[in-house]
Design a protein around this ligand. Sequence first.
Ligand SMILES: [Mn+2]
Length: 285
Amino acid sequence: MATFTCRSVFISDVHLGTPDCKAGYLLDFLRQLRCEKLYLVGDIIDLEALAKRHWWHADHSAVLAEVMDMARRGVEVTYIPGNHDAPLRGLVGQSFGGVRVALDAVHEGADGRRYRVSHGDEFDPEQIGRSWMLQLGDAMHRLICWSNRRLHGMRRRLELPYVPLSIIIKSHIGKAMAYIRAYEERVAADARERGFDGHICGHIHYGQVRDMDGVLYLNDGDWVEHCTALVEDHAGAMELLHWSEQPAALGRASREQVLPSPAASLALAPLARRGRPSRKLRSAA
Ligand SMILES: [Mn+2]
């Protein structure tokens, strides 16, 4: 099997325990991965969804088994709970099979840059309380996920690569983009205030590599719609990677140069080299 080698990997918003999780792609990624550090940046197991409705798939167990196996092989695994797996915050400071649970972390890059790592819900004021806006947002998100599943199934039958639908919708909704931009500003301002070179988070399901006035905003995206991971090479360069039939780089930040990931590239990159998938992948959806 081919291997993908790097120094560190950051993934979040996997939402295991929901039918929208693209566990098949994630499993494929993890099985090829050879890294030294793995950060699970929150919302890995959707305990909130599981509490409402029990749903599970064998692939979801396989993802957890793969992570545990990586820890056994000596990979330094850190689990930072998010808002959908918040009960695990009660286990902060403990270790399970070599997986360390922490509220947040400081990652020192191979090039000496220092990043704070957290899920990122603390920068999302709309999470406070269950307002009707949030309920509406939830219903909208479910509708988008449902449409995305339908579209994905259709495209798979036609043997076209996976395309995230919501990113296309989101990119066209000015209000959503303004919200994302304001969120990024809050995260970057906090990193600047704390004296870090950047902040690595997830939460908003919108992967991004961006320089914000000298501070790096790095969002590792999600495995519900976009199947993205943030990876660090052995020189310290950070890259946002989309992983499906045709992996694509969606932004890169080395010490010398930052190539940001514009919304258009995020939406279209998986389409750029459209063709028949080189290998069959299973999907959990
Ligand atoms: Mn979250």
